[in-house]
Design a protein around this ligand. Structure first.
Ligand SMILES: Nc1ncnc2c1ncn2[C@@H]1O[C@H](COP(=O)(O)OP(=O)(O)OP(=O)(O)O)[C@@H](O)[C@H]1O
Ligand SMILES: [Mg+2]
Length: 340
């Protein structure tokens, strides 16, 4: 069946969305390769299972960093496998809209389009991540009322102010969930002399993490390698210590949100004061994040429905505009806000 799909190439996960079907692929953006030949061993869930269990003959790589593609060959091969998996939903050589960060260069845009087309997509159009997040959040983008949308993912935080069918301002910050995982790894090494991998750090963050001090104190039993003796060991990690680490990253993200509010026209800030901030992305689910943003900005903050699929949904919405978008002009960028 000829179909059109939306691809949200996220730093931590790739989602393929099909209108009327929903998300049909949601797998880690990870590839396992043979380091010398760069032969692909596994992708997605299978490759993620191997994370932290690498050897001389097997390396696990994230082909996106901070929302940007850093290895086009791996992206092409990863997307090819995901499309094969999506074919169980009977999709053959579909057309696709892909979502990319707003500030990528023309060369990066072209390389991303070429990689996805080489993976087996007939024609690729592009939507900017800020716009996809705004549309996917379900906020009323058509009216003259201003809204603020913040998508906190793994590699980037996208902040946008939308009004009157247009993007008023936007900012993409390379600070999100992955930075929190890295800080947990450093903390474990520094304070507990325990070497842990990214997977364990992420589990600690999700299981006991909060950006605000919690009334209920939680403990996570972490295993890892003693960084002095090299022997395996267990360490009890306390939520109040993790909370301090996560707060520092959250604080930097909130400063960027405040900076954008300071630069926004007073009428629009008034609108945002009424409606509040719409929060999406996986990391936005972190305990206390919406309360902390609310506390610091004085705004009401709401987590959108299915926050992890917000960008994929918004990218999917752009599919119906593919016919009106010219591929020869501006890399086939679709901006449904200005095309309404
Ligand atoms: N329940 C949760 N609580 C806290 N953090 C979470 C939760 N679920 C996922 N995350 C974190 O959210 C991040 C992934 O979010 P998301 O899927 O939106 O990112 P992405 O789209 O892959 O990345 P990006 O948009 O930055 O390129 C990861 O850092 C993950 O650890
Ligand atoms: Mg994302």
């Amino acid at each position: 069946m000829a179909a059109s799909i939306a691809i949200d190439l996220g730093t931590s996960r790739t989602r393929i969305f099909v209108p009327k079907k929903g998300v049909i692929v949601d797998e880690p953006s990870v590839v396992a390769i043979e380091p010398k030949t760069r032969e692909i061993i596994a992708v997605g869930d299978e490759a993620h299972e191997m994370l932290g269990r690498t050897s001389k003959r097997r390396q696990v790589v994230f082909p996106l960093l901070g929302g940007m593609i850093c290895d086009y060959y791996l992206i092409e091969n990863m997307v090819r496998v995901f499309l094969k998996r999506a074919r169980r939903a009977k999709l053959i050589m579909p057309k696709a809209v892909i979502c990319i960060p707003g500030e990528v260069t023309d060369v990066q845009k072209m390389a991303a389009i070429n990689a996805i087309e080489a993976a087996g997509v007939r024609r690729v159009h592009v939507i900017e991540a800020h716009i996809a997040a705004a549309i996917g959040s379900g906020v009323e983008v058509k009216n003259p009322h201003g809204s603020m949308i913040v998508n906190i993912g793994a590699g980037t935080t996208d902040i946008a102010v939308i009004s009157l069918n247009g993007l008023v301002s936007s900012n993409s910050v390379r600070m999100a969930g992955d930075n929190m995982d890295e800080e947990i790894i450093k903390y474990m090494k520094r304070e507990h002399k325990l070497a842990i991998g990214k997977k364990t750090a992420e589990t600690i963050k999700i299981e006991i993490g909060s950006v605000l001090p919690q009334v209920k104190k939680l403990v996570f039993r972490s295993k890892g390698r003693d960084s002095i003796t090299g022997m395996p060991k267990w360490v009890d990690v306390h939520s109040e210590d993790i909370s301090k680490i996560l707060y520092k990253i959250a604080d930097k993200i909130i400063t960027k949100i405040s900076n954008m509010l300071e630069l926004t026209a007073p009428e629009l800030v008034g609108d945002i004061l009424e409606d509040g901030v719409f929060l999406s992305g996986g990391c936005a689910q972190l305990s206390g994040f919406n309360e902390l943003i609310g506390e610091r900005t004085g705004l009401k903050v709401s987590l959108v429905e299915d926050p992890i699929y917000c960008v994929a949904r918004g990218t999917g919405y752009a599919i119906s505009y593919m016919k009106c978008a010219s591929r020869s002009k501006n890399f086939g960028i679709i901006d449904p806000l200005s095309m309404e």
